[in-house]
Design a protein around this ligand. Sequence first.
Ligand code: BES
Ligand code: MN
Ligand code: ZN
Length: 501
Amino acid sequence: MKIIAKCTAIASVQVDTLVIGVFSDDVQGDVTGDAELNRVCSSVVAARDFCGGPGESALLYVEGAGITRLLLVGLGDRKDWSVSVLRRSVSDTVVALKQYKTKKLAVSVSSFVEQEVGSGEVARTVVETTTLGFYTFSTLSDSVKKYGLPRELIFVCREKSDIKEIRSAGKVGQIIANATNFARDLQNTPGNMLTPAKLARQARTLAKEARLECKVLNEREILAAKMGGVLAVAKGSKEPPRFIILQYKSGKRNAQKIALVGKGVTFDSGGISIKPGDRMEEMKFDMSGAAAVLGAIKAVSELSLPVDVVALVPAVENLPDANALKPGDVITARSGKTIEVINTDAEGRIILADALTYARKFKPDVVIDLATLTGACVIALGHHATGLMGTDQGIMDALREAGEQSGERVWQLPLWQDYFDDIKGDYADIKNSGGRAGGTITAAAFLGQFTRDMPWAHLDIAGTAWINKAKGCQETGGTGVGVRLLTQLLLNRVQRKGSKS
Ligand code: BES
Ligand code: MN
Ligand code: ZN
């Protein structure tokens, strides 16, 4: 999709579809900002079929002009306008757009500008939401309906001075959305087609395209690195584990170093503590943390952000087998700590323990891990927020803010000492399950045993990584959650740092 910004009279564009946002405050007066177009809208407004309320839209056909369709989108009251209402309105717009073939799309930027929402926010949201909304995972079947993204997206603005901001914000939106769709492709790929080795190959390809350094440890090298946790979980599968290391080096002196760790369980059957069959197929998404960190490092590289990022992914398949890890087994993690395996289905924390220990090598200023870690998190927060825990309140506050801005909200849960007491082992240093009570937090407490003094935050994305029913303009399947959140976090970090000095 080619992004164009121009300053011109709104009715003079030559497009298949023109989108204009309408606040309910304006519906009785100048609806579109153009007399000719106002005439086109007069009947639908007079019939009160369109009142400018949130969630409303009207599709009108324009005769005589170079515009085929005019799509009016209700924005609600001006006083309630915000980035989150904008995002929802644009999502409604994309739902409407998906029904028609639009090669050339124009959007009136000024019709969406109000309060804290400027031209940049509008451009970025439109590009991001459109690119995400038109996504389908269709590579495996011809019968899946494909939506063609418009070839051209023209932002029409009033002030010449807005053009630069619209162009750069549009570009940012495009990079972030493409990285999110990249993560969704990885998530949606079935377990037989995305084994640990194949995930590693995808990381290698990404490294070439996005100019990243890439190193992949094979089973022998994982053994040499003393990653007893990764090896133990992988034992039950014929597919050997991989440990993926991707690095983005900004080349800036004194750049902050961020380590991102993503759970890469390409399929989670539960192992010997096998899961019930119902919806077990969803466990191909158990590598969503890995997809998020790969997507985020791709976006950071394409945005050339002045931060150094290392992405670490322990990749395994969790299956039951004659050789599999068993409840009661005691294993030794890379850190030297012994782990008593209570439940082989609590495998994510075991492999993340080794990855978090490995992260120390890079002396990061911040470590953030993402994992579809606990079913309990889905019970606690549902599908509308990612669980957040950690030891560094500064990072957690920054994640919360980035979550509000990006639309990928997070919610903090406590991580008190009491939860650490719940996972003290009887036969080893720690046990990998503290039972059902506070399951999300005891899982985080387990990880906290391996981060030591590193400033750390943990994101449990079990409820947000995929949806099993289309929502807004988003199709069923992987959501790529984490990519927008992490990229926004890093954008904020470099902008704040830049504005201080
Ligand atoms: N991958 C699952 C967590 C999960 C469950 C994510 C459902 C999304 C939806 C994880 O490996 C797991 O099985 N966790 C167990 C932990 C328990 C055995 C302590 C769980 O949540 O039941
Ligand atoms: Mn599991
Ligand atoms: Zn799992």
